[in-house]
Write a protein that binds this ligand. Sequence first.
Ligand code: GLU
Length: 321
Amino acid sequence: MIPSTDKPRESRLDPAALADLVAKGKEASLAGKTADYIPALSRARSEAVGVSVCLADGSIIEAGDSRSPFTLQSVSKALALPYVLDTIGEDRVFARVGKEPTGDPFNSIIRLEASAFKKPFNPMINAGAIAISSLMPGRTGKEKAEGLYGFASRVLGLEAGKTAAMDKEVFASEAATANRNRFIAWFLKDLGIMEGEVEEGLDAYFRQCAMCVTAVDLSRLGSCLALDGLEPRSGRELMSRRAARVTKALMLSCGLYDGSGEFCVDAGIPAKSGVGGGIVAAARGRLGIGTYGPSLDLRGNSIAGSIVICALSEALDLFEL
Ligand code: GLU
């Protein structure tokens, strides 16, 4: 039977429907735990769950802890990539980082040496993201991060003149314990992939991971990606169409660590998770979703966020493939 061509079902979305999903996410979250390998992350409330949907006209529908701040962590990879693509160009970026999924955990180092492909597999794993941070304009980590924070304040839809805050405690906690990321960065330097001083590239990476956001902010980023780089409502270009598309393609294939394949099968839309508990997702031409739920599954993905996004994809027929 030919599938019906129902009109988009955004009209079914209301705060009460989202609140039901939040309740489901809360219950499921009991099975997970917050990240603790960065000590400051373990202080998050493991039962917190928030969701926000940003429609193409800029309107926001939200429920639960949608305004609670948390740090971006690996979700920042979906922000750093379009920023660097638009700043230094696609050729320079992909000369140093590949576009292939790995199926390995986010901080895996095994392929860097074992594979004949002597560059990080993609920008969504730590090795690729650290290389990307080193490519940001600026000499010091602080200068590099300032450019990214400026870009972020626009795509996260912050009020004019406002810049996202950095969680200094999380930043210091990560910088003090990041032995594995330091190892990755120095190995990348040896391969000729890090640009500039290793510690400055790492510093920029820690700063981007420690950016404070809310689920509402993430839904605006999702919506901008969904609209191929345009600001919801105003239609102003915040990133190029190409940068948005490249970023979404890599989110779809690599955005949820070694759970990316399963998530793609279940949700069918590009998304990026982080161990701070956030997930951003983008449904082409329709809407962006931001979720928060710091209780993580074994792969480091937010349990509540995954459940909520898969349920929304089903209810609103967001599946893109
Ligand atoms: N800052 C974290 C790290 O590199 C990000 C991890 C994540 O969210 O996946 O270890």
